[in-house]
Each structure stands twice: as C-alpha cells, then as structure tokens.
Design a protein around this ligand. Sequence first.
Ligand code: GDC
Length: 340
Amino acid sequence: MEQAKNKLVVVTGAGGFIGGHLVAHLRAQGYKKLRAIDAKPLGEWEQQFVDVENLSLDLNLKENCETAADGAYEIYNLAANMGGMGFIEHNKALCMLSILINTHMLQAALHHGVQRYFYSSSACVYNADRQKTFEAPSLKEEDAYPAMAEDGYGWEKLFSERMCRHFREDFGLTTRLARFHNVYGPHGTWEGGREKAPAAICRKVIEAKASGRHEIEIWGTGEQTRSFMYIDDCLKGIDKIMRSEIVDAINLGSSEAVSINQLVDIAEEIAGIKLKRSYKLDAPKGVNGRNSDNTLIQNLLGWEPNTPLRVGLEKTYRWIYDEYSQKQQGRAVSAFSGAR
Ligand code: GDC
C-alpha cells in the first residue's frame, strides 16, 4: 500500500458517487499520483480535485481504456451505467453494455502491466430464487450460483466477475472483487431517475415537507427488505479488500436489514414529520428481500460495514436537503429575473 501511494493509481467512474468519494479518500490517505476518469464532461462531476489528473473519456472504447491504463500501477474500475430499480429495470441493454468497459479495462490493465485491479460488483448478482421472501434473506457468496442474476444489470456484473477471475487465473493479473449492497450517502444521485431508495425517500420526504402536501408515494407494498451501506463503510471495505489476499468475490454490505416502510419511518423521524403513504404497486420493485451475510468478511477481515442506518441516513438527508434548497433558490431567482 505504501508503495502504491507514490505510484500512479487510476479510478474510473470518478465523476460519480462512489468513484468521487474514492478519489477523495485516496488523496486523504496520501496517494500522490491519481488519475480520475469519467465519461461525463468535467463540469458535471460530483467531486473534482485540482491536484488530480482528471480525464473525460468514454471507457466503452478500447483506445480510451488504453489511455486510462497507461503507466498505471493500480486500477479501481468503478465505471458503469447504473442506477436504482427505476433505472436498471428500464435500461437492461445499457446496463449489459458496461461489459465493454470492464473487458477493455482488463485488457488494457494487462497490456500496461498493472499490479492490482479492483472491480466493483453488486448484490444484483445473487440468484433471484433466493430473494423471494420479504424476511430479508441473508445472501452468502455461494448464493450467486446456480446463476439467476437480476436481469440485465446483474448478469453483466456476474459475467464481469468471471472475466476478472479468468484474467487472474489465465493471465496472472491480480484482481479483487467486492459485491456492493445498495450504497448511499452524500453526493449520491437523488433525483432524475437513477436514484436508489434511500436518496429517493429522503427527497420525497423533503418535497412533502416543503410543499405542505404531507403525502408520500412508495414503490411496491413497502414490505420489500434491503440493507443499505453508508459510503464511509464502502470506502473502508474497498481499501481492506484491495489490500487483502481475497481473490473471490466477497460481500461488501451492511447486515442491518430494514423494510422500505421502516426506511420511510426513519426519514420521517429525521424530518420531524408524519406523511400519508400511498403505494404504487406497478412501480419497479426488484427482489422482495435482500440482506448481506457477513460471515465471510468477518472471518477473513475481522470487520464488517457498521454505520447504523439512522446515522448514515441523517447525513444523507441533510446533504439532499441542502442540494434541494439550493436548487429551489436558483429557480426562484430565475423566475424573478424572468418576471422583470
Ligand atoms: O432502487 P433501489 O434502492 O434498488 O430500490 C430498493 C427498493 O425500494 C425497491 O423494492 C423499490 O421498489 C423500493 N422503493 C420504494 N420507493 C422510490 O421512490 C422507491 N425510489 C426507488 N429507487 N426505490 C423505491 C439495487 C440496484 C443498484 C445496486 C444495488 C445493490 O437494487 O438498483 O444498482 O446494484 O441494488 O444492492 P435495489 O436495492 O432493488
């Protein structure tokens, strides 16, 4: 690790939520040569740092992956087309196409002699048959097989995991794989269609409070269960897994399962409000229940993500509240100047 701090380390997907936090985290740890890459134009990144080499490149294209990996000592590949249920249910082809990013990045990593390669997989790789109950089934790593992953997004992740494994076995590339379970926190998408449940629920509560219409629409019956991992735990886990000798895909998620109704309870409590709930039963729901079984990560690393949902959600709520308020102020100013 100390060695890596003075060598070129590349983060892809750096304009997004987790990638942006990862660049900030590596900087704070004393990494001196960082290259941050994202398909989004530079002005649209969630976080950006002047002492980092920032590149706007579409990593679907092989030649751009070659540029990305040139001179790199380590790569964290977080670039992908992704989002919450509302996005992945309606964009299966786009999600599957992220296979191009990981495939070209692996080839480029090998070509440029990269020492270590991190791939962010997802809880969406797990077999759907094991996630039919609402009692939050705890998913162990072996539950990905026999394979019946989330249509589109999950299959791409599972295939990419295997691609990493075969590059390691056949070509000797050192790869590390973590299966993220629904990550949330400040700088996560909170509007526009790609937001996941924690941010979406916070936004809806904030909107209800601001408008005085004390109502909230929840997708599904609200009985669906999930565990949500706060971003700080995700960063800690990436570090630990990257530095470990764990070669197979491992869960990186919280084991604090809640129903979506309980998630709404917590957001309401933070906001100091009670809302009338309505349930949109034909909205995208995904699996009925999902939790992270952390036996393996506890055994191998003696640690698991442990930020209580109440604590992480409060920080997320405050951040979304500020973003929402700024946006409303911007709207008010432009309406005022338009009226003159
Ligand atoms: O979007 P998500 O957080 O993704 O949804 C969790 C549950 O919350 C779903 O059952 C959804 O129907 C419900 N829900 C209720 N209201 C709302 O307003 C809302 N917005 C959203 N988005 N959901 C609502 C995710 C993937 C990610 C990633 C993680 C890995 O699936 O979308 O890309 O891979 O899984 O764990 P979720 O947890 O189904």
